[in-house]
Design a protein around this ligand. Structure first.
Ligand code: PEP
Ligand code: MG
Length: 586
């Protein structure tokens, strides 16, 4: 038996067999010269890889062929195979190899970039969409040349606990979620988008295990605890019994909490707030009622695009937004416009690795530099607005100029809807996400162009404390109770209220019940979180009274360090919650 400890990312306990997964991103393709007399050998390497790639596709085609419903995938595979076998494609690679005398991997990469550039320059939307296919075909060749094994995360015939260095958000969207019962990651942190997704899908997960997972082998029996962050290799019978009890307790606890569903999120002295859900895929909307969500406070629309790996068209977006709105009836739904970049890359649109992606071409910056794509999304939202109670908001606003630019494009989008005779909502409430310190510090100015603020603490903490939210090595610094974060939150919320706006908090902090009394005291009007956290946060609210929470917050704002604030929050729990009182008396 061996125990390793990481960062608890998604709650729940699970015992199961390890499945080691190695995703090789191939960010770095080596580049070296080939002497003339080795040209023939280099070309043979290509032919060998090409034959292997064709064979691999053939196997996939045979597996899919009996299924009528798989027609679309079969068409894609057929197209990929045609490209691999296309004499012109081979000729282009051969000519390039002979002219440039560089290793074949590098040549394939260069040819693929050239082909994609030509498609993009064609101005033909259909051809432009084929760029992703070129990547797929060339990557398949490169995987063969580099002897990288890629296991699809889709084909499991038994339950597994996935063990791997890291996962992309798009991996989580496309993997076999019914079979992957737990996840152990070497890297990652609580607020990465991968973490947010695994929580949404209720997959117990531990991240930041560093290289300790390297000893784990395929088929090893593991016990994984997503609440404590422990992963135990070869658990003994006592541990297995303990995990069994924990699973039963977990189930009971959640069932009890769900019974709070119909009760209001109101303190003992009658102070009412709203508890809403964050969602990542439209299908989640149908499950929110069971947790008592009073609406959707954040729909991260980019996952619609990440799931397919390409830009989703206006019509498809309209359908997805309408589905969400119709599922929610009259309840308010806040949809955030595209927030790609950082750890959420859309290969079709973003090819080059940025040096500092989290400070780079992300979110509203990306949307504003692609006005046509952005207006497609705005039109889809304006039209969907006629189907329910919709508000929209914009991510990573850093100053008023961006909001003004957004406003101008929104007006253009309305004009375009009008010209096409489309039904749409003229006045959708507009929200500004406050997740960059500059936005927080100029909230009074941003309020002029906003109907509400939504505070994204995941990014606000990252940018205020200069801590990469996905890097486990500096995760210890990402402290929501840091005095700088508390002061900034107070300033933003006070400014919102003084301007007559409501303040929503939609970062992961909203679902952390240890922070609930402080957030109540700060004046947060709406909390938006992973739906599963709603009952527990509601329970804390119903045990609290607003007067005490306000004094607690006043005291916390005087603290010198996050540790002092954490101690205050713990003392509050000990004094107000039944489990805290029990612990105190024990
Ligand atoms: C945030 O930054 O807190 C937020 C809600 O947005 P995201 O986590 O998607 O960046
Ligand atoms: Mg954010």
């Amino acid at each position: 038996m061996k125990k390793i400890i990481g960062i608890p990312v998604s709650p729940g306990v699970i015992v199961g067999k390890a499945f080691r997964y190695m995703e090789n991103a191939m960010n770095e393709i080596l580049h070296y010269a080939i002497p003339k007399d080795l040209l023939e050998a280099e070309w043979k390497r290509f032919l060998h890889a090409q034959a292997e790639a064709v064979e691999e596709i053939q196997v996939l085609q045979e597996q899919l062929a009996p299924e009528q419903s798989q027609k679309e995938q079969l068409d894609i595979l057929r197209a990929h195979r045609m490209m691999l076998e296309d004499p012109d494609f081979q000729e282009e690679i051969k000519t390039n190899l002979e002219e440039n005398l560089q290793n074949i991997e590098w040549i394939i990469q260069e040819v693929s970039i050239g082909m994609k550039d030509r498609l993009r320059a064609s101005g033909n939307a259909f051809l432009q969409e084929r760029a992703a296919d070129i990547d797929d075909v060339c990557n398949r060749l490169l995987y063969k040349l580099l002897k990288v094994k890629r296991f699809p995360l889709k084909n499991f015939d038994s339950d597994v606990i996935l063990v791997c260095p890291d996962l992309l958000p798009s991996d989580v969207l496309t993997m076999h979620r019914a079979r992957i019962k737990g996840i152990a990651l070497e890297e990652g942190s609580r607020t990465s988008h991968t973490a947010i997704l695994v929580r949404a899908f209720a997959i117990p997960t531990v991240a930041g295990l560093s290289q300790n997972t390297r000893d784990l082998k395929n088929g090893d029996l593991l016990a994984l605890n997503g609440d404590s962050g422990e992963v135990i290799l070869d658990p003994d019978p006592a541990i297995l019994a303990q995990y069994q009890r924990a699973q039963e307790h977990y189930h009971r606890h959640y069932t009890q909490l769900k019974s709070l569903r119909e009760l209001p999120a109101e303190t003992k002295d009658g102070y009412r707030v709203a508890l809403k859900a964050n969602i990542e895929i439209p299908e989640e909307a149908a499950q929110l009622a069971q947790y008592g969500a009073e609406g959707i406070g954040l729909y991260r629309s980019e996952f619609l695009f990440l799931a397919s790996g390409q830009f989703t068209g206006e019509e498809e977006q309209y359908q997805a937004y309408t589905q969400v709105l119709q599922n929610m009836g009259n309840l308010p739904v806040t949809i955030r416009t595209l927030d790609i970049g950082g750890d959420k890359l859309l290969p079709e649109l973003m090819e080059k690795n940025e040096k500092n992606p989290l400070l780079g071409w992300r979110a509203i910056r990306f949307s504003l530099s692609h006005p046509d794509l952005f207006k497609k999304q705005l039109r889809a939202l304006l039209r969907a607005g006629a189907q329910g109670n919709l508000r929209i908001m914009f991510p990573m606003i850093s100053g008023i100029e961006e909001l003004e630019h957004v406003g101008a494009l929104l007006e253009e989008a309305k004009t375009e809807c009008r010209r096409k005779g489309q039904t749409f909502t003229e006045h959708l409430p507009i929200g500004t996400m406050i997740e960059i310190p500059s936005a927080g510090l100029t909230a009074d100015i941003l309020a002029e162009k906003s109907d509400f603020f939504s505070i994204g603490t995941n990014d606000l903490i990252q940018y205020t404390l200069a801590v990469d939210r996905g890097n486990e090595k500096v995760g210890y610094l990402a402290q929501p109770f840091h005095p700088a974060v508390l002061r900034l939150l107070k300033q933003i919320i006070d400014t919102a209220h003084s301007k007559g706006l409501s303040a929503t908090l939609c970062g992961e902090l909203a679902g952390d019940s240890a922070a609930t009394p402080l957030l109540l005291g700060l004046g947060v009007d709406e909390f938006s979180m992973t739906a599963r956290s709603i009952p527990q946060v509601k329970r804390v609210i119903r045990e609290a009274d607003i007067t005490t929470c306000r004094s607690l917050t006043q005291e916390a704002l005087q603290c010198r360090s996050y540790k002092d604030v954490a101690r205050l929050a713990q003392a509050w729990t000990a004094a107000h919650l039944p489990e805290g009182k029990q612990e105190k008396n024990a």
